[in-house]
Design a protein. Sequence first.
Lengths: 115, 110
Amino acid sequence: ETGVTQTPRHLVMGMTNKKSLKCEQHLGHNAMYWYKQSAKKPLELMFVYNFKEQTENNSVPSRFSPECPNSSHLFLHLHTLQPEDSALYLCASSQDGTSRTDTQYFGPGTRLTVL
Amino acid sequence: SQQGEEDPQALSIQEGENATMNCSYKTSINNLQWYRQNSGRGLVHLILIRSNEREKHSGRLRVTLDTSKKSSSLLITASRAADTASYFCATYSNDYKLSFGAGTTVTVRA
């Protein structure tokens, strides 16, 4: 266990549904991240939160909406997704989002399938 | 943008053999990290090597770094079935984003 949990582990949703992914870290870290991992492609950074403030939105479509109520929790709200959004969504945390020596700790991911 | 690229894309070896994979990157770095990902799971940090280090060991892992060639290698010695996974190198860009390569998929045959 890395100290980062994600729920649900698997999610199947229709294009008109609204769902949320949840991430929680028990490491006392100050930075949290959302990544998208599609087959045969490198990890794509989506959002970064540092001390609850969003510091990065990597040109992510508005159908993905992040929320960070505190340093331990991160949500990704999903609505009107497209089939190409099907992927493994990974949450990660690190001690300091402004450090170039940080190690990131990843959750197990949510496998999302959009029908 | 992708900073690191791993080579080969896939590697199949017999249990007990060594596995070597390489990573090339584009810009100057402060450090380079290697991560492992078991199928359908999250990434796990393996080792970090700083730019002023040339070699680092952790258990059966050996990492080298050649900043003049902008490359790193990860060697797994005496491989086991549990080493079957994808391995990624990662480096930080100037804007504090950790950029991952596409990974090397290692299969260890029993």
